[in-house]
Structures are given as C-alpha cells and as structure tokens.
Design a binder for this molecule. Structure first.
Ligand SMILES: Cc1cc2nc3c(=O)[nH]c(=O)nc-3n(C[C@H](O)[C@H](O)[C@H](O)COP(=O)(O)OP(=O)(O)OC[C@H]3O[C@@H](n4cnc5c(N)ncnc54)[C@H](O)[C@@H]3O)c2cc1C
Ligand code: SF4
Length: 428
C-alpha cells in the first residue's frame, strides 16, 4: 500500500510526537505498572483491554502474547495505541495520577506490543476458523467496519468491505493528525486486517456502485460503518470562492495528495472542537505565518480536549473567543482577505489568506434510505442498539460515528466488535 501514496505529502513533514519505544524503554515502563487488581485503567477503556495483563507480558518479554491480549478485545489496537486520547481514558485513570506521579504510558506500551507483533514477516498471531457459509457486507472501510469484519473473519464468516474512496482505513487514513498516525501506517493496519481473511473493495460507493436491495438479497447481514458526511458550511456572504476549505477535506488533501498545503500564510480556523484544534496545530507545524482559532463561545465551552489545546498554544496557535463569523471579505480579484466577526456587539475583521471550517460534518441520510426500516434520529444519526448495532431492519447493523454523531476511533472499534460478537452468537 505504501507505494500507492504520493511520496511528497505535507503530512510527512509532521513527525511522530510519541515515537516507538525501544525494547529497554518498554521494559522499564512496563516494570512500573502495579498490576492493580481492580485496575481502573481497564474500566476507562471503551474496549476494556486487559491492560495489566498486556503490560505484564511486555515486562516478561512476551511481546506476541501481549499483542494477542490487546487484539482479543481491540483488533485495531495498533492505531488506537497511537490515536486514542489516553490522557482522558486509560492513562487518565491510572492510579499513579492520584499520587501526583507520572502515570503509566499505556498507549506507548500498547503501540510497542502491537507494532512489533504485526511487522511484515512476523508469523500470524491468529488462525481463522473454517468457513461458516455466512456472508456479511460492510459499507465503509473505517475503524468500525474493519473491527467488525476482522472479528467475523476470525470466526470463519466471509466479510466483504465496500469503500467509496480509493484508500481504506476511514478517518485513520484521511483525518487523523499526522503526528499521531501517518496514512501509510493506517494502510499497514488495513493490510493486517486483510491478512485475517477480510476482503476490501475500494472505489465502491453505496447508492452509486452497489445498492441496498442487492446486498440484502446476497448477504446474511449488512453492516453500516459509513461515518459522517461532508464538512458543514457557514452559509454567510463571501463563502464561495478560493481560500475556504472544509476542515476534514483540507486534512485529507494534506495527508494524501502531493504537497497540498504548502506556503500557508495567515490561517483562521473556525470552531472549538478537536478537529479545529487538529487543523490549527497542523497548519502551525507546517509553517503558517499565523494561525488563529475563531470560536463563538468562551474558552471553557470548547468541546476540544484541554491537553490538545495546550499543545496548540505551545505551537503558537492564538484563540479568539466569543466571535461569530458574519461575512468573508475578498479583494477586487476575488482573493480572500479577511473574516468579519461579531464580538460582544461590535464587528471586526480578522485578516487571513486561508480559512478552515471545522464546525461539524453532515449526516448520512442517503444511506438510511437504501435500507427499509433503518431510521435516523433528530441529529441525523442512524438509530442502532449501542450494545449490538441492531437497527430497525433485522438484517442491517451499524456502528461508529454514523450512530454516535462522532466520537473516537476506540468507540467505533468497540461497536464493530460488539456487532461481530452478536452475529456470531446468533449464528451458533
Ligand atoms: C479531523 C479528525 C481528527 C480525529 N482525530 C482523532 C484522534 O486523534 N483520535 C481518535 O480516537 N479519534 C479521532 N477522530 C475521530 C475518529 O476518526 C472517528 O471516530 C472514527 O474514524 C470513526 O470510525 P468510523 O468507522 O465510524 O467512520 P470513518 O472513519 O469516518 O469511516 C467511514 C468510511 O465510510 C466510507 N463511506 C462513507 N459513505 C460511503 C458509501 N456510501 N459507500 C461506501 N463507503 C462509504 C468513508 O469513505 C470512510 O472511509 C478524528 C476525527 C476527525 C474528523
Ligand atoms: S491503573 Fe496504572 S498501575 Fe494500575 S494496572 Fe492500570 S496501568 Fe498499571
């Protein structure tokens, strides 16, 4: 997969912030774990990985065994190790925090075990069961579908993923900040899931190349792991024209196309969530002359993680709060020059050369329409039982961002795994 990505991409300028531990570092960190009996770190993990056990196995030089412990609960433990907000999940729950001591670096230990065990040429960790005769179609090749398909394949069920983009991996490939995970590392994980027996067909869009009625006829179950849709627009004057990008579209271009984001001047990022913080940090690290986040409420109301915002500040990102965008300003040639914002009853213009809009993504109405009985809630999310992914159509299951409105990779993985377990039980 590596060779199919363009060689000169902006994301490659952004280096890994938490590089792979050496064997000695991993052992030293693993030796610090207290193997708490009532381990709070396990409860804080949405996939409930047996953290003390996998750490113990690293401490005793059983790296493959450690990776197996992780993958049994979280098949995408490789990417989760790198992208999970561990500061508010497992690491945030580690007992060391209560003693004001450095918590165990669980994410970095998980990365060490999973990365070592899945390197090309390593013997397989798992053996799939013989074919069961059951077939599942999965729509979207993001973390939810990959986890579901991988666990199904291990149980001997045929799992075929249909992905509309040329690359699989979902937001792991197209959206995650490069200093956590580069696209080729996400594609490496996809290949590893494929090695378990999963088939991935890219360039296949539901509603265009494949249709719900055919899938319902040809498969025993259909899994919808389609994530969220296009970036939302502000719909204010001056928005049409160059210089204004949807945040996820900009990130995707920066990660996957040749040197798309070069020569960044003054950048404004509209929004206060994690996506806004990601774009702001990425632009700052790529050498933008100035990066300012524009948020309509006060800083305390921002939905982005505090530790990520602190990182952004250290990288030089400014924050303007209580500012509501009113109109974009352009010169006589149509070039973007500024964003007019209303701040506490007055108006001011923030000069800029580029704006990224990180104010949400649309929902997948067209997908639901393909399957009779599948409903959307008031937010436009697919209605599904969070414990097993069941929807209003007995053959259709769903999970990940398209049912929760946008959470984390680990939540999508938990959803996919739970549906696979449910189907396995119901087919016994
Ligand atoms: C910018 C950004 C940064 C993020 N950073 C982090 C982070 O650091 N850590 C973290 O844990 N989470 C992060 N997240 C959230 C995380 O990426 C998502 O929660 C997770 O990827 C959801 O997985 P999913 O499988 O539900 O959907 P997605 O990853 O969105 O995958 C859905 C897939 O479905 C495909 N698809 C859609 N419609 C169709 C169709 N009609 N036919 C075929 N295929 C279709 C899409 O192309 C896509 O590949 C971030 C999200 C964004 C937007
Ligand atoms: S809470 Fe911390 S010390 Fe206790 S088992 Fe988990 S990682 Fe180890």
């Amino acid at each position: 997969m590596k060779s199919v990505l363009p060689q000169q991409r902006d994301e490659l300028e952004l280096k890994d912030k938490k590089p792979l531990y050496s064997a000695a570092e991993a052992k030293a960190e693993a030796d610090r774990c207290l193997y708490c009996q009532d381990a709070p770190c396990i409860k804080a993990c949405p996939t409930e990985i047996d953290i003390p056990t996998f750490i113990k196995k690293i401490a005793t030089d059983n790296v493959r065994g450690s990776a197996k412990t992780i993958f049994e609960q979280n098949l995408l433990g490789y990417s989760c190790a790198r992208v999970c907000p561990v500061e508010v999940l497992c690491v945030g729950a580690c007992v060391y925090n209560a003693w004001h001591r450095e918590p165990i670096q669980i994410g970095r230990l998980q990365r060490y075990a999973t990365e070592k065990a899945t390197q090309p040429g390593k013997p397989p960790l798992f053996t799939s069961a013989p074919p069961s005769g059951k077939k599942v179609a999965l729509i979207g090749a993001g973390p939810a579908s990959l986890a579901c398909a991988g666990y199904l394949a291990l149980q001997g069920h045929a799992a075929v993923i249909f992905e509309k983009r040329p690359y699989a991996g979902g937001l792991n490939t197209t959206g995650i900040a490069p200093y956590k995970l580069h696209a080729e590392d996400s594609l490496h994980e996809v290949e590893w899931v494929q090695s378990l027996g999963v088939e991935v067909k890219t360039g296949m869009e539901l509603g265009k190349d494949i249709f719900g009625k055919d899938l319902l006829r040809d498969y025993d179950a259909v899994y919808l792991g389609v994530g969220l849709g296009e970036d939302t627009k502000l719909r204010i004057p001056g928005e049409e024209g160059d210089g204004i990008y949807g945040a996820t579209a900009w990130i995707e271009a920066m990660k996957l196309t040749p040197t798309a984001g070069r020569k960044l001047g003054r950048v404004l990022v509209v929004g206060g969530g994690n996506t806004a913080i990601d774009v702001a940090r990425e632009c700052a690290l790529l050498g933008a002359t100035e990066v300012t986040m524009v948020y309509r409420r006060d800083a305390a109301s921002m939905s982005g993680y505090h530790h990520e915002m602190e990182g952004a500040r250290k990288e030089g990102v400014r924050l303007v709060t209580r500012a509501t965008p009113v109109a974009f300003e352009r010169d006589a040639q149509g070039k973007l020059t500024g964003l007019k914002v209303a701040v506490d009853g007055t108006e001011q213009v923030l000069p800029c050369d580029m704006v990224a809009l990180a104010i949400g993504q649309s929902k997948m109405h067209a997908i639901a329409a393909e399957f009779p009985g599948v409903e959307l809630d008031a937010r436009g999310c697919i209605v599904a039982d969070p414990t097993n992914g069941a929807t209003g159509n007995a053959k259709v299951f769903s999970g990940g961002d398209c049912i929760n409105g946008g959470k984390e990779v680990v939540n999508a993985v938990a959803d996919g795994r739970n549906t696979a377990r449910y189907l396995e039980q119901s087919w016994k």
